[in-house]
Ligand binder design. Structure first.
Ligand SMILES: [Zn+2]
Length: 443
């Protein structure tokens, strides 16, 4: 029986199944006795720990202790299950311990699964071999970061408020997580240790009926796993947990195997810009990481998304404060990626790629839009806590390009076209055209 099957059984039958521990045949082994003691504390909670203290101090032999502990465990569980039927005190006592056990097992199962997922995901990165894509994405991070830093330093409010040094410090902290070798070693070491505990336990307690289940519980008790990192995910995703940036497999794959830099920048370049954008875009009223942020910029971003909602709502759309960070990261991320386009192609940015019959800058915008295509109507999602999932609807995110002057130029959009009608004036998040927010002093 695998550990997962043991767990499933446990869920089906509940912890009461432990009463079937029978025919106990303790080995004369200190370690086993200690393990059983730990299990008793796990199952019965701190009450058992106190009650048992006297027994422990009586200096009984390990053999007697182990025997008596196994019996005691069986009796305690049988008693508890009997009392569950008649005594409300016991109901609450045992339900409490049952819940602790259930929490322990479900947490262990969830976190072990996260660790397995990470190990499998890193394997996939290596099997398909996107190592070069990881290197290239890291280079994109450095390039986009340099562009962001220059824009920030030329921003009037940053200079006026003497915040250049603070921004330099924040910029220098950002790192892309790329150490797949170390992560793989770490996660496999953890999983091997977990498996070892389980197998050793099974060898030691083979005399116990349902030993797999018992060992599953003991393994879960011994290995309190932390959350498995999502630093190497197979999903089309990325995150900025400042100062750590991480990107999903599709970004690395496209960056390594894509043929045109314009399409790499429209997809991975934008994702890099968006994630870096999260560090430098904030809420004016409640800045998290930055010492200050501009209200005009916040308003400008939300006005664009609101205008797009009005013009393009499909299944559902909203522009509340819940979306502010993501909306800002979209607009700033696109601007950063396009700045890198200009650096890379220079005057050739409008040249036609014969094979595709489109220009480099057109390909950039197509590639950006393709990243959001899902084949279903775009919508926003209201969560259980009453807040929105913070990403705007996919089609609304795509229309971010409407306010970038390069888009209208690339496709020669008529001013009265639908996309242009939905475009507000470009929001300059940073740079010398960013809104002036000089301190005003009241006299
Ligand atoms: Zn984001």
């Amino acid at each position: 029986m695998t550990m997962l099957e043991s767990y499933r059984e446990c869920v089906i039958y509940g912890i009461f199944i432990l009463v079937c521990i029978n025919g106990s045949r303790c080995e004369k082994n200190d370690e086993q006795a200690e393990d059983l003691y730990k299990l008793m504390v796990e199952v019965m909670g701190s009450n058992y720990s106190q009650d048992d203290e006297n027994t422990r101090n009586k200096g009984k032999s390990t053999w007697e202790t182990c025997e008596s502990r196994t019996d005691s465990l069986r009796e305690a569980l049988t008693e508890s299950s009997r009392h569950t039927l008649v005594s409300s005190t016991y109901v609450s006592f045992f339900t409490h311990n049952l819940r602790l056990q259930s929490d322990l097992l479900s947490q262990f199962s969830a976190r072990a699964t996260e660790h397995v997922k990470l190990a499998k995901s890193i394997s996939s990165h290596l099997d398909v071999d996107v190592r070069q894509g990881i290197e290239e994405t890291k280079k994109l991070v450095e390039q986009v970061l340099a562009i962001a830093e220059n824009l920030i330093k030329s921003t009037p409010w940053v200079k006026n408020r003497h915040l250049v040094a603070k921004f330099e410090k924040i910029t220098s902290e950002l790192r892309m997580h790329d150490n797949y070798g170390k992560d793989f070693q770490k996660v496999t070491n953890i999983l091997v240790a977990v498996e070892k505990t389980f197998l050793e336990c099974r060898l030691s307690y083979s005399f116990v009926e349902e030993s797999d289940l018992l060992c599953y519980i003991m393994t879960a008790s011994e290995h309190r796993l932390s959350h498995g990192d999502e630093v190497f995910s197979l999903d089309d995703n990325a995150f900025n947990n400042h100062p750590t940036l991480a990107f999903g497999f599709p970004n690395y794959h496209h960056t390594q195997y894509g043929r045109e830099m314009a399409s790499k920048l429209g997809y991975t370049g934008f994702t890099v810009g968006h994630e870096i954008g999260h560090t430098f875009f904030d809420s004016y009223s409640q800045p998290e990481l930055l010492p200050y942020f501009s209200k005009q910029v916040d308003d400008c971003v939300q006005n664009q998304f609101n205008a797009t909602c009005t013009e393009y709502m499909e299944d559902s759309c909203a522009t509340t404060d819940d979306f502010l960070d993501e909306n800002g990261a979209d607009i700033f991320g696109l601007q950063l990626a396009y700045e890198l386009m200009k650096e890379y192609y220079g005057f050739n940015i409008g040249n036609i790629i014969e094979r595709l019959n489109m220009t480099y800058d057109q390909l950039f915008f197509y590639s950006y839009a393709m990243g959001f295509c899902s084949g279903s109507l775009s919508s926003v999602e209201l969560q259980d806590d009453g807040k929105y999932e913070p990403h705007s609807a996919h089609n609304i995110r795509i229309n971010t390009i409407a306010q970038h002057p390069a888009f209208q130029q690339a496709f020669n959009c008529p001013t009265d076209s639908r996309m242009m009608r939905s475009a507000t004036r470009q929001c300059h998040i940073y740079g010398n055209e960013a809104p002036e927010t000089r301190r005003k002093f009241l006299i």
